[in-house]
Design a protein around this ligand. Structure first.
Ligand SMILES: [Zn+2]
Length: 106
């Protein structure tokens, strides 16, 4: 989990998914709409073309943001854990920033 590309996961969370009814999902909200095929777990974007092999070898946390978002919509356990970790890190970061600020103010 240490190599998790957090920024891609963060971008994935902001996307919208719309089932097309034929085993494919339309993902919108990014630079352009993309289509994810659920059965083959592939996406038509350039990022997936570059990283498809890494995703197949290392799991959903290494997919393009469209496939990540689709897998989140289907309750992918690994990605949900990654979201929980992201939130925890943000909370801890906010707490650390607060203690730094209050420390310098006194
Ligand atoms: Zn994609």
């Amino acid at each position: 989990m240490t190599a998790l590309p957090i920024t891609r996961l963060e971008r994935a969370l902001a996307l919208e998914v719309e089932p097309l009814g034929d085993g494919r999902v339309l993902v919108t909200g990014g630079a352009g709409p993309h289509v994810v095929d659920l059965e083959s777990a592939t996406c038509d974007c350039d990022d997936f073309r570059m990283r498809g092999e890494e995703f197949r070898l290392r799991g959903a946390e290494f997919a393009c943001k469209h496939l990540m978002r689709t897998k989140l919509a289907h309750g992918d356990a690994g990605l949900l854990r990654a979201v929980a970790e992201l939130l925890l890190n943000l909370r801890q970061g906010a707490r650390a920033a607060c203690s730094v600020r209050s420390g310098s103010a006194t």
